[in-house]
Design a protein. Structure first.
Length: 327
């Protein structure tokens, strides 16, 4: 299996094993147009059809895959986003998109804005369309907790303590993070120590450009944010011994000109990168026949960090946190 093309997209396909009873996952390393929610819906639908044709069980799309990302002209941006919120497009989700689901193509993971509880605010929500559950119900959505930069103008924090779902379609316990959330280790620690998740779906519109300059050491980068993405996906997968399925937007924002890093990929519980998409171009990644539980058990045979941690730290009463044991 290698690289070929379907529709307008390059497709990178790899096989983890020959056991076709295991999970096959598709990651859409794609861009979203603004302001054009209909074009984005069309792209999501075309990509989902490609994934289905190639035997994918679960398809994952990036943050803001329907609406696209915010821009500085607040009135214009808000007028468009009001028309792009998920509640305005449930007929399409329940109709054309859900019609693709069957016993093999089991679930589509999307992210988009919903109307928030605060006046003038949205909520950034990830949800699983599987044909069975009510995908916008509180118990089936993950609302982004940590809100950076321009997003503070438009969105409120999810402050959501319901951090995981037992996913029948993925055959595993799954935690969700959205973009900036993945940098907060306490959140990931809660997943692994309290919720015992086996994989994290990280959905993002993670930017590329930021400068870090250490002239005395002759070290400089203008793509610091992007390089950070590559490092933390590997490090957090390894230190928490979980799979990371990271799906990031790629390309240039139509209004602001901001660039998104792409680099969607799959990281094993060892922290090793199994496959990663382009940082520049749209690509569809497919990994066939993943053994989620088996690979995690293999890591635990050598070291189980959760067990070793709990020998030294104790859970705080009525809390999801831990404290160092004394005496």
């Amino acid at each position: 299996m290698g690289v070929d093309q379907a529709d307008e997209f390059y497709v990178v396909e790899r096989a983890y094993s020959t056991d076709d009873s295991n999970l096959s996952v598709g990651l859409a390393n794609i861009s979203a147009k603004v302001p054009d929610v209909e074009a984005n819906k069309d792209k999501v639908l075309r990509v989902a059809k490609i994934f289905k044709e190639r035997g994918v069980n679960v398809a994952i799309f990036p943050e803001f895959c329907l609406s696209g990302y915010f821009w500085e002209e607040e009135d214009d941006c808000r007028e468009y986003m009001d028309s792009a919120v998920t509640e305005e497009h449930t007929d399409w989700i329940d109709g054309e998109l859900s019609a693709l689901l069957d016993d093999n193509f089991k679930a589509i993971v999307l992210n988009n804005l919903r109307r928030g509880s605060e006046a003038g605010k949205y909520v950034n929500s990830s949800f699983v369309v599987d044909g069975d559950s009510e995908y916008l119900a509180d118990e089936n959505t993950y609302d982004k907790v940590f809100v950076p930069g321009i997003e503070k103008t438009f969105t409120e924090s999810g402050r959501d303590d319901r951090l995981f779902i037992d996913s029948e379609s993925m055959g595993a316990r799954i935690g969700f993070t959205t973009c900036y959330d993945y940098l907060f280790n306490d959140l990931l620690r809660e997943y692994t120590l309290n919720d015992e998740v086996e994989a994290i779906i990280q959905i993002a519109s993670w930017r590329a450009a930021a400068t870090r300059d250490y002239p005395g050491m002759n070290i400089r980068t203008d793509a610091y944010y992007g390089e950070l993405w590559d490092k933390v996906m590997a490090a957090n997968s390894a230190t928490n011994q979980v799979w990371t399925f990271a799906c990031n937007a790629v390309g240039t924002h139509d209004v602001s000109g901001a660039t998104f890093w792409g680099g969607s990929g799959v990281w094993a519980p060892s922290g090793l990168e199994l496959v990663q998409a382009s940082h520049v171009n749209e690509e569809l990644l497919i990994v066939q026949n993943l053994d989620i539980k088996g690979a995690r058990a293999d890591e635990h045979e050598e070291f189980n960090y959760a067990i070793d941690f709990k020998e030294i730290y104790r859970p705080l009463e009525d809390s999801r946190g831990f404290s160092r044991q004394v005496g």
